[in-house]
Design a protein around this ligand. Structure first.
Ligand code: NAD
Ligand code: MG
Length: 389
């Protein structure tokens, strides 16, 4: 029996993880859950999975949940202490890190330092502090399994091969809802349109990141740290069918790809059960009815975020953390209708230009840089508003 904690249990990845766990009660057991402020859904999850304790982001939300839980055994914690308690539960073997954004960094590091294996969905953890996280993983002797479908595909395509034999990684990208939208039309697109992803149903932030292709940029950085390869050995192919989840090209010209219908339960289950596979009752993949698999170059003119991410990776140090924070702020403003779609890369690029490059030595330094970049992003957004008014 694998004892598990989930950070972000009410999100898209969190709910899919609980479905995988529910399908295999003989293999997995939930001990603790953490969520933001979704009291009703967390209450349902408590009734179904009976964790020992849960944590919500605010004391106000925790109070509401305590009222509604009267008579059950589950304790309700709150804030960062609650999150860390969930991440470090003494009986837990694996922590599923599925909070969205840089908020995932501190609890994920706490889990690693407490000796937990990690199933990592929260790519921002690696983007903001890749070298620190990978160093901590090595020191603690724990395992880090990617949940992101592309990284799971690469992880699966690397099994049985030598690192030195890899020529490059090829990440696939669906191209998102605006793959075929003209630059002119992109000026006007709304949050509702950006959230309508053609192949995947995901949280709002990653859906917007997929629409701008910042998601692929973050994934290039994630892959670089996870698989210890520089940006120049990581390519991106747009692949609208989302069947080939990513590929590894070897020095002898062989290319190994991992394919499957797009469903996050597959990479989640692999991270939970590695090296075994578990039955997921997925439909058979019928390539004959899919008929064609298409691949194209990303368009850097319409989707400048991808290049910005490559640049931040190349620059190294705190640049990826700055890129990530500026993007989080810009996406929030876009979602609330206060920033245009094409202004997202503009905010990110201006904040990157403003920052003084420095190395990353501690998590507090990352958090300081993250706060700095958020403040600068707000200034840039105010300037853009002023220019539009
Ligand atoms: P989501 O918005 O659906 O869920 C986020 C979860 O985090 C929710 O449970 C929310 O309550 C919780 N949360 C947010 N802020 C919190 C805080 N401060 N404290 C505690 N809990 C907090 O997002 P998602 O789509 O599930 O994505 C989660 C992560 O997984 C992201 O980093 C995303 O990039 C990554 N990811 C998602 C997918 C996908 O298919 N959804 C695929 C690959 C990677
Ligand atoms: Mg992905």
């Amino acid at each position: 029996m694998k004892e598990i904690s989930i950070l972000g249990s009410t999100g898209s990845i969190g709910q899919n993880t609980l479905e995988v766990i529910a399908a295999h009660p003989d293999k997995f057991n939930v001990r603790a859950l953490a969520a933001g402020t979704n009291v009703s859904l967390l209450k349902e999850q408590i009734e179904r999975f009976r964790p020992e304790f849960v944590a919500l982001a605010t004391e106000e939300a925790a109070d509401k949940l305590r009222e509604r839980l009267a008579g059950t055994e589950t304790a309700v914690l709150s804030g960062i202490d609650g999150l860390i308690a969930v991440a470090t539960h003494s009986d837990v073997k694996m922590v599923v890190s599925a909070i969205v954004g840089a908020a995932g960094l501190v609890p994920t590091m706490a889990a690693i330092e407490a000796g937990k294996d990690i199933a990592l969905a929260n790519k921002e953890t690696l983007v903001t502090a890749g070298p620190l996280v990978m160093g901590a993983v090595e020191r603690a002797g724990v395992q880090l399994f990617p949940v992101d479908s592309e990284h799971s595909a690469i992880f699966q395509s690397l099994v049985g091969h030598r690192h030195g034999d890899v020529r490059r990684l090829i990440l696939t990208a669906s191209g998102g809802p605006f793959r075929a939208t003209s630059l002119e039309a992109l000026k006007q697109v709304t949050a509702v349109q950006a959230l309508a992803h053609p192949n995947w149903s995901m949280g709002k932030k990653i859906s917007v990141d997929s629409a701008t292709m910042m998601n692929k940029g973050l994934e290039v950085i994630e892959a670089s740290f996870l698989f210890d390869l520089p940006g120049k050995q990581i390519s991106v192919h747009v692949h609208p069918e989302s069947i080939v989840h990513s590929m590894v090209e070897y020095i002898d010209g062989a290319v190994i790809a991992q394919m499957g219908l797009p469903d996050m339960k597959t990479p989640i289950a692999y991270a939970l059960s590695y090296p075994e596979r578990v039955e997921l009752n997925q439909p058979e993949m019928d390539l004959c009815s899919i008929g064609m698999l298409n691949f194209e170059e990303p368009d850097h003119l319409r989707f400048p975020c991808l290049k910005l991410a490559y640049q931040a990776l190349e620059e190294g140090g705190d640049a990826p953390a700055v890129l990530n924070a500026a993007n989080e702020v810009a996406v929030q403003f876009f979602l609330s209708g206060q920033l245009a779609f094409l202004q997202i890369p503009e905010v990110v690029s201006r904040v990157l230009e403003m920052h003084d490059p420095s190395g990353l030595t501690t998590v507090s330094e990352v958090l300081r840089k993250d706060r700095w970049a958020r403040e600068r992003s707000l200034e840039v957004i105010r300037q853009l508003e002023g220019a539009c008014a």
